[in-house]
Write a protein that binds this ligand. Structure first.
Ligand code: PEP
Ligand code: MG
Length: 545
């Protein structure tokens, strides 16, 4: 038995085989060391394999979703046989002595641009398809497996690091837990692990011999046991069963209010990253969704998700929540959340860079597409929106103006819409300092304490070396929170917390005494928090620590 330690992201136990995920090189070499003929032969081999995969996908889709929907894979097969496409790839390999990966990527991008510029809507739609097929061939060339990071059997995933977009694409039914060498506890990958209720460890030094071995990931003791001794395995299985029992006990709190012994009631909402998380929200009886990180829809796509696609996702979430509030945070892309098709420049300081509302206000067409989708979904339930990374009144006014513009356009088209409450995230010290003015502009504030801590303490939340300095209990952070709540209330603006600090039970009483109206936490934290709130008595003097 071997033991390795790390830092726990979520307490819990996972037992199963380890599966090491090796990231493919993201940088594609341009020049090949092979002859053009050899390079083209590599391409040809990958292309045949891609055709095979597409054939299998067609059969599977035919069974599961019918002929019309399966047809897309036939179209992809035809595109991979297209003479123009093949000649373009060959041309790049021959004239530039390029690698097959580079030639395919470049051809895919060039063709996509050409299709996108065409008048015909059918041809425009082929832009995404040509990128898709090129991506498939490049994956094969790079030896990446089809179908994500996990194969058929459930496993504990082991990786150097996982980006938010990789994490969001994981098949949660097969993911028992994950272990990474790098990563920090406030990164989005860590947040996703909490949302999915998946035990996870970061900062673990692993090696290739672990692949396939049985392991116990012990989130409580921040370690992983490889090839565990039988006795330990039995103890851990017992512990896991007792965890499940505890969870079942908490289910007894369903439909009960989040009310203290002396009658102070607050809202207990949940944070989600995608529509699939709504099941967890219902299972844990959250009273609403306090933060829908909509950018994960973008991270999960190879190209800008269309208005229709987004509308269907928001509608599904809103309908499933059946009248309970759904707060959709508008696109917060940038910094660690990168989608290549945005083609954002590399920046010296991405956390302080071109991101979130800054992108939305300058690339209005992207923002409007999302706002229209949200407005249309609002006809199906109770929707609120909030804008991220706000630092000024002007930004809020500009965002609201674009929102009103979308509303007017849809109204003119006779599209049904509901009433949408508008709020902002308070996650910069600037927003805290002008909270009185901002509160005049919106109906609610949601404190994003992850970023607020990062910007207040000048500590990169992504940097694992700084984890010990990232003190979210710092008096400066707590004073910022108090100031925001008081300013909001002075102007009839309700105030919630949707950052990770909202789930910190050592601060729940403090937040309630500050007057917070809502706490939005990962779904699995909703009921434990309810249990605690129901045991508090705010009429008593707080214990001095
Ligand atoms: C935050 O910053 O606290 C927040 C909720 O947003 P995110 O973690 O997605 O940046
Ligand atoms: Mg944030």
């Amino acid at each position: 038995m071997q033991v390795a330690t790390g830092k726990s992201i979520l307490n819990g136990i996972a037992i199963g085989p380890l599966r090491i995920y090796k990231k493919a090189e993201t940088e594609t070499a341009v020049t090949s060391s092979l002859t053009p003929e050899e390079e083209y032969a590599r391409f040809e081999e990958a292309r045949v394999k891609a055709q095979e995969q597409l054939g299998n996908l067609y059969e599977k889709a035919l069974d599961e979703v019918g002929e019309d929907n399966a047809a897309i894979f036939e179209i992809h097969q035809m595109m991979l046989d297209d003479d123009d496409y093949l000649e373009a790839v060959k041309g790049i390999i021959d004239t530039q002595n390029a690698t097959a990966e580079y030639a395919v990527t470049t051809t895919g991008n060039n063709f996509a641009e050409t299709f996108a510029a065409m008048e015909d809507a059918y041809m425009q739609a082929r832009a995404t398809d040509v990128k898709d097929i090129s991506h498939r061939v490049v994956n094969i060339l790079a030896g990446r497996e089809e179908g994500g990071l996990l194969d058929e059997k459930p496993a504990i995933l082991v990786a150097d690091d996982l980006t938010p977009s990789e994490t969001v694409q994981l098949d949660k039914t097969k993911l028992l837990g994950f272990i990474t060498r790098y990563g920090s506890s406030n990164s989005h990958t860590a947040i996703l692990a909490r949302t999915m209720n998946i035990p996870a460890l970061i900062g673990v030094d692993f090696d290739d011999t672990w692949d396939g071995k049985l392991a116990v990931l012990d989130g409580y003791n921040q370690c992983v046991y490889i090839d565990p001794a039988q006795e330990l395995l039995s103890t851990m299985e017992e512990k896991r069963k007792s965890d499940l029992k505890q969870e079942a006990l908490l289910q007894g709190l369903k439909r009960k209010p989040n009310i203290t012994l002396d009658g102070k009631e607050i809202k207990g909402y949940a944070n989600i990253g995608n529509a699939g998380d709504v099941g967890l929200v219902l299972q844990n009886d959250a009273q609403g969704i306090g933060l829908f990180r909509s950018e994960f829809i973008y991270l999960d796509s190879d190209d800008f998700p269309s208005e229709e696609k987004q509308f269907m996702i928001y509608k599904r979430v809103v309908e499933t929540m059946a009248g309970r509030k759904v707060i959709i945070r508008t696109l917060d892309i940038g910094a660690d959340k990168q989608a290549p098709y945005f083609e954002l420049d590399k920046e010296e300081n991405p956390a302080l860079g071109y991101r979130a509302i800054r992108i939305c206000l300058t690339r209005k067409e992207i923002f409007k597409q999302q706002l229209r989708a949200i407005l249309r979904a609002s006809a199906f339930g109770t929707v609120s929106i909030m804008f991220p990374m706000i630092i000024s009144v002007r930004e809020v006014r500009d965002a609201k103006e674009i929102f009103e513009e979308c509303k007017a356009e849809l109204k003119k088209q006779g599209v049904a819409m509901g009433e949408i409450e508008v709020g902002i995230m308070i996650e910069t010290p600037a927003a805290v300092m002008i909270a009185d003015e901002l509160a005049e502009e919106v109906e609610f504030f949601s404190l994003g304490t992850n970023d607020l801590t990062q910007y207040t303490l000048a500590i990169d939340r992504q940097n694992p070396k700084l984890d010990n300095f990232y003190d979210s209990h710092h008096p400066a952070v707590l004073r910022m929170i108090r100031h925001t709540i008081e300013a909001g209330h002075r102007h009839n603006c309700w105030v919630g917390i949707c950052g990770e600090l909202g789930a910190d039970q050592t601060l729940t009483e403090t937040f309630l005494r500050m007057g917070v109206d809502e706490l939005s936490v990962s779904p699995s934290a909703v009921l434990p928090l309810r249990k605690l709130i129901r045991s508090l008595d705010l009429s008593k003097e707080p214990e001095t620590k």
